[in-house]
Write a protein that binds this ligand. Sequence first.
Ligand SMILES: [Zn+2]
Ligand SMILES: [Zn+2]
Length: 341
Amino acid sequence: MRAVVFHGPGDLRFEELPVPTPAAGEVVLRIDAALTCGTDVKTLRRGHPVMIPRVPTVFGHEFTGTVTAVGSGVARVRAGDRLGVANSAPCAECPLCVAGRPNLCEDLLFVNGAYGEYIALPSRLVARNVVRLDARTPAVRAAFAEPLACAMLGIERARVETGQTVVVFGHGPLGCLLAMVAAARKCRVIVVGKAGWRFERVRALRLAECVDATATADVVSELRAMTGGRGADVTIDATGRPEVCEQALRAVGRGGSVVFFGGCAPGTSVNVDTHRAHYEELTLIGAFHHTPALIRQAIEALETGLVTPEGLVTHSLGLADVANALALMAKGEALKVLIEP
Ligand SMILES: [Zn+2]
Ligand SMILES: [Zn+2]
């Protein structure tokens, strides 16, 4: 089979590999659709010891496919089933898994290999984090299960409720998915971004009210003015930039929650007004990754049409063009690229 293999930072190769055969408990999928992700760009630049502990490995982690072979002992799925798939599976045994926080599992098993014609899913993933899809669900939509589940975790952690005002800083794919999930909860959603074609695209999708951070001297004052001076109920940083995290802290209102959704570099710190944190009872929350329950919820939201993220796909390319797709992402010329083997 043809596959795009990651050999280390800056070293991506288009190769011919044997089609995998399933070991006990495993399932082999023919990939129907894969999506590029900002994490791929980061990983290609500097590696990712958590998601990719060993190289070489077939690259990519957002995908959906059709079962072509199952290993012994697999009862839940059969050849021909189309599956929504997560890119990880928790152990279900460590203290954090037992405490109901499997996204923080001490032994999270990551799965890579979306940019190939076939992938073997390890038994733990098959047991915990695959969902059979309805025949009518488009593959491109189902491939959003993983990033959508991450966005749902951010909204869940902030206990976002109907009617609240939610401000999302950042208009990358995850910022947009966060906005879509908040909108699906019937919130007032404001996305803060920077002028350019991507922001215009977000505007055109009519996901949210849009604030152009480059067109205002003080984003926080503008957001306060838009919320009757009170500030937002929930602010979410989806940029991973410390100065933006501080804007999120300043733009939240009394009793509000601030979600640190974007991944910052190690050692990053931000200023927190602890007077406000105390007297205004601010809640500061991290949100990382997803859980098997949220993968199921994400697939349900995609299948019922509660969330329809296909508008975030700006390009469609083949496997041979994955390197070009990631270059488009790196240059800010694509939101999501659909890779169809
Ligand atoms: Zn991703
Ligand atoms: Zn665990």
